[in-house]
Design a protein around this ligand. Structure first.
Ligand code: NDP
Ligand code: 8X3
Length: 255
């Protein structure tokens, strides 16, 4: 029986790279994201290239009812989920605290904390029955250290860190592994989303850097998922060589 991975936020960035990575290793894929057209394209590409099956599961992680209904409606033969990559998320804005947009804060909290929780709970209920499974939560180095104008985005990733620790304790009795992955700057659509389509500002984030890519992060996620059943990486931070933490970079400008 092929293993099954459910990936949220698979229409772009880390999630999309994970879809390809797990497919190359023979996993069947349950892929989530809001953009159904992108999910369809990705599913077609992967099914044509790899000998795996893909189930598309489009929903908005912020919609509690949709999350629980979608996950409980997964056909029985797909319910033996071995790995959840709980990845869907975003930053919106990078503003001083008193100037930031409250609707940006609400969207980040609703997506990165509440939506993240809904998905984790729905899937852990299934894994608890099977007494096995691996939940890989997408944290960030922003969940380890706050930076200027990072305020609420950082807070949502600190929440992911705390929730991952809590899940690891509470799901211990069900043999469910919980891993938190904490990347630094990675060039995906993350900054384009954060700066609301402003390509110039988004690009500046990576000026003078060879940043992480989606594929780099997917490689690490797959490594965590591929370890022997008794081994669990609890918490893993990863940056590019030119980033020490959320603040210190060694940018090679004009070279
Ligand atoms: P991308 O913008 O490239 O991808 C984000 C993915 O999340 C998309 O597939 C998007 O799909 C999905 N998503 C966003 N909101 C929702 C929602 N409400 N419901 C369902 N899916 C949603 O960014 P990344 O791949 O970089 O980001 C993935 C995760 O990694 C995020 O949690 C982010 O915080 C985290 N991260 C990113 C870093 C970086 O520098 N890139 C570093 C550290 C962590 P769609 O729009 O189709 O719904
Ligand atoms: C994304 C990394 O440093 O831009 O989580 O917040 S950072």
């Amino acid at each position: 029986m092929p293993k099954i991975v459910l990936i949220t936020g698979a229409t772009s960035g880390f999630g999309k790279s994970c879809a390809y990575k797990f497919a190359t290793h023979g996993y069947d894929l349950i892929l989530n994201g809001r953009r159904a057209d992108r999910l369809q394209k990705l599913a077609d590409e992967i099914e044509n290239k790899y000998n795996v099956a893909v189930l598309q599961l489009p929903f908005d992680v912020r919609e509690e009812k949709a999350v629980f209904e979608s996950i409980s409606s997964i056909p029985e033969e797909w319910k033996a989920i071995d790995v959840l990559v709980n990845n869907a998320g975003l930053a919106l804005g990078r503003d001083y605290f008193e100037e930031a947009d409250i609707s940006d804060w609400n969207t980040m909290i609703d997506t990165n904390v509440k939506g993240f929780l809904y998905v984790a709970k729905a899937v852990s209920q299934i894994m608890a029955v099977r007494k096995k499974g691996h939940i890989i939560n997408m944290g960030s180095i922003a969940g380890k250290e706050v930076y200027e104008k990072g305020n609420v985005y950082c807070a949502t990733k600190f929440a992911v860190d705390a929730i991952s620790q809590g899940m690891r304790i509470d799901l211990l009795r069900h043999n469910i592994k919980v891993t938190s992955i904490n990347p630094g700057a990675a060039e995906t659509e993350f900054s384009l989303v954060r700066f609301k389509g402003d390509e110039g500002t988004a690009k500046q984030i990576y000026d003078g850097l060879t940043p992480l890519t989606g594929d780099d992060v997917a490689e690490v996620i797959y490594y965590c998922a591929s370890l022997p059943p008794h081994v669990c990486i609890n918490d893993l931070s990863i940056t590019c060589l030119q980033q020490a933490n959320t603040i210190y970079f060694n940018r090679k400008l004009n070279s």
